[in-house]
Design a binder for this molecule. Structure first.
Ligand code: ADP
Ligand code: MG
Length: 635
């Protein structure tokens, strides 16, 4: 710990930060590995920011030559360990040190706090998911010191190196000029003073394992690890001594045998050979220091899909998108935009939708498409080429080969590439979903659970992909738990010319199946779609027919069976006969219901089997369901 003399400013943490740190430190012990991933991810962000800024302000690159991340772990004689993670990224001014590390400006914070406090699963990835990564340092460290030197820029022409320092148990932190002066040139150096029980992290093998698992693919900047190993090298000093000793003994021998010179010469030569053969060369151990690169493999999207394991795809997804759950499916492909831009991409289907997804059904923000050019991150903002709402949950990495590296977000907008990319992503996503539908029933069930309603929304919203999306939609019926529209048509009865459905918002399929409107159809073996979700009816009223066959609400007039026992004439006759027969009853009922405003008319029907009566909507009138929708929106 350095810097005893420099003037220090002590700041209290915001109360939220104090609370947060407590949670992080106390409840996430079993996930403390995440600290390294979080700090590397911050280093990567800082380097990406620097690179982006340098496009318009090349000056920011002065100060340190390379753009990289280095990790050094060391242990002192007392057995105390520390890890030093350094990057040559954008760096932080003293104000930024204080604001970024000492306050929580994030909007998700209070949500995180309430979730984390009630989270009994102790899921460490909440930290990453909510962008509170820096505090994970305190999972393994008693004290954290962050030295930082902001990049030189027009706004900050004379940067100075400052230190942020805080102990795990302190309610405040200190900011002070680095007593070592400017040692970084540019960037940030984080020193973690490891807790005694976290000493395992000084082991370089542990670090290598963690980086390989969580971080090697999430940054395109090199990560170097400082390593030392012991190597045996020839010991020249000892060798020289040994040689001198040999020489000496030789000299003595020569003296002894001076008398018989010829013999001695022969003997000497032999002896010398013997000595050389017998004596091992003198060696000594030395410590070799080496920076080894941990992420020397190309990123996974650049690799041949055949060489990438499922686990690698999953780890990459989880690290990149900060999701603590594994993805449901992915699709890795190479393509061409059509305007000459070749690219590689991986599309991921997450295992759930954001809680907020259905809260604002019309808003579409595409934020999880990481667009890169030649391995370098450019933007997640597709601007006017945002995906439609139904698809905006998809997570994609795209790496384009043939765009200029200094392409800005603005010029990107003016190229054809984004527009084409949007179409390609949607097409491939639909291919992926179609393939799961055909080949993997188990996974398909999970997809339906999460995305079933998304497909209905998509068929309404995305005219171009309507057909494909509609084939992904599933409904419960009076005969089975789930059917597609195509399967429904395969199952239709001879002569059936309508697709029957019953819609009642909020009712379960089991409740709907009991409806009087279904009785007669069910008894005759007809299948009826049971629609309990508001989106079901929106879907049906929008697409109106499937393979030219119209939908028919069984609660509305206009219902036609295909297998009527009687001809329409016979049926009409019977209807007239019955109407005549029950005239007094019908007239009395009519008077009663009209007086009470309960219904417009009372008629004899042939659609009921066991129930005595049913209330139906006019053929052209609102269904009961839509009426509910309308009245609730006026409420
Ligand atoms: P997040 O990364 O989601 O913003 P963190 O807690 O990980 O949240 O980091 C907080 C902020 O601190 C970052 O947004 C960034 O501004 C700043 N920061 C953290 N680490 C670095 C770093 N190595 N270089 C520059 N800024 C950093
Ligand atoms: Mg972070």
């Amino acid at each position: 710990v350095f810097g005893q003399e420099t003037p220090k400013q002590r700041h209290a943490y915001q109360s939220d930060v104090a609370r947060l740190r407590k949670i992080v430190i106390n409840s996430l012990y079993s996930h403390r590995d995440v600290f390294l991933r979080e700090l590397i991810s911050n280093a990567n962000d800082a380097l990406e920011k620097l690179r982006l800024t340098s496009l318009t302000e090349p000056e920011v690159l002065s100060g340190a030559e390379n753009m990289n991340i280095t990790i050094k772990a060391e242990k002192d004689e007392q057995g105390n360990g520390r890890i030093i993670i350094r990057d040559t990224g954008i760096g932080m001014t003293p104000e930024e040190l204080s604001n970024n590390l000492g306050t929580l400006a994030k909007s998700g914070t209070s949500e995180f706090l309430s979730r984390a406090e009630s989270d009994t699963t102790g899921n460490g990835n909440l930290i990453g998911a909510f962008g509170l990564g820096f505090y994970s340092s305190f999972l393994v460290a008693d004290r954290v010191e962050v030295a930082s030197m902001a990049a030189k820029s027009s706004a900050n022409p004379n940067p100075a190196q400052y230190v942020f320092s805080s102990g795990a148990d302190e309610n405040s932190f200190e900011i002070f000029p680095d007593p070592r002066g400017n040692t970084l040139g540019r960037g940030t150096e984080i020193t973690l003073y490891l807790k005694p029980d976290a000493i395992e992290y000084v082991d370089t093998n542990t670090i290598i394992e963690l980086v390989n698992k969580h971080s090697s693919f999430s940054t395109s900047f090199p990560i170097y690890l400082y390593t030392t190993r012991t190597e045996m090298v020839p010991d020249e000093e000892a060798e020289a001594e040994a040689k001198a000793a040999d020489e000496e003994s030789k000299a003595e021998k020569t003296k002894e045998t001076e008398a018989d010179e010829d013999e001695a010469l022969v003997e000497d030569a032999e002896e010398e050979r013997e000595v050389k053969e017998k004596r091992e060369p003198k060696m000594k151990p030395i410590t070799v220091e080496e920076w080894i690169q941990l992420n020397s493999q190309p990123p996974i999207w650049m690799r041949d899909p055949k060489t990438v394991t499922d686990e690698e795809y999953e780890n990459f997804y989880q690290a990149t998108y900060k999701d603590y759950e594994k993805p449901l499916a992915w699709y890795h492909f190479a393509g061409d935009s059509g305007s000459g831009v070749s690219f590689r991409a991986i599309i991921y289907v997450p295992s759930r939708l954001d809680d907020a997804y259905w809260q604002n059904p019309l808003e579409s923000v595409t934020k999880d498409i990481r667009l890169m050019v030649k391995r370098v991150f450019i933007t997640s903002d597709l601007g006017s080429e945002a995906l439609p709402k139904w698809a905006n949950w998809v997570k994609v990495v795209v790496d384009a080969e043939d765009l200029p590296l200094n392409v800005s977000r603005e010029t990107l907008q003016s190229t054809q590439f984004l527009k084409q990319l949007k179409g390609i992503i949607l097409k491939r996503l639909l291919q992926l979903l179609g393939r799961i539908q055909e080949e993997n029933p188990e996974k398909w069930e999970k997809i339906q659970e999460v995305y079933g309603n998304v497909f209905k929304l998509g068929a309404v919203e995305d005219f171009k992909n309507r057909e494909k999306l509609a084939t992904l939609v599933r409904f419960a019926t009076n005969q089975r738990n789930s059917t597609s529209l195509d399967e429904y048509l395969e199952n239709k009865k001879k002569g059936q010319s309508q697709i029957f459905y019953l819609a009642d918002m909020g009712k379960s399929p089991a409740e709907l199946a009991k409806s009087v409107f279904i009785e007669k159809l069910h008894a005759r073996g007809y299948e009826v779609l049971l629609l309990g979700d508001p989106l079901d009816e929106v879907f049906i009223t929008n697409i109106r027919r499937w393979k030219k066959i119209p939908f028919q609400d069984v609660a509305k007039a206009g219902l036609k069976f295909g297998d009527e026992d009687m001809s329409p004439e016979e049926e009409k006759e019977e209807q007239a006969m019955l109407t005549e027969k029950y005239k007094p009853l019908i007239e009395w009922l009519r008077k009663e219901v009209r007086a009470k405003g309960a219904a417009r008319d009372v008629v004899i029907s042939n659609r009921l089997v066991t129930s005595s009566c049913a209330i139906v909507a006019d053929e052209s009138g609102y269904t009961a369901n839509l009426e509910k929708l309308i009245s609730s929106s006026h409420a």
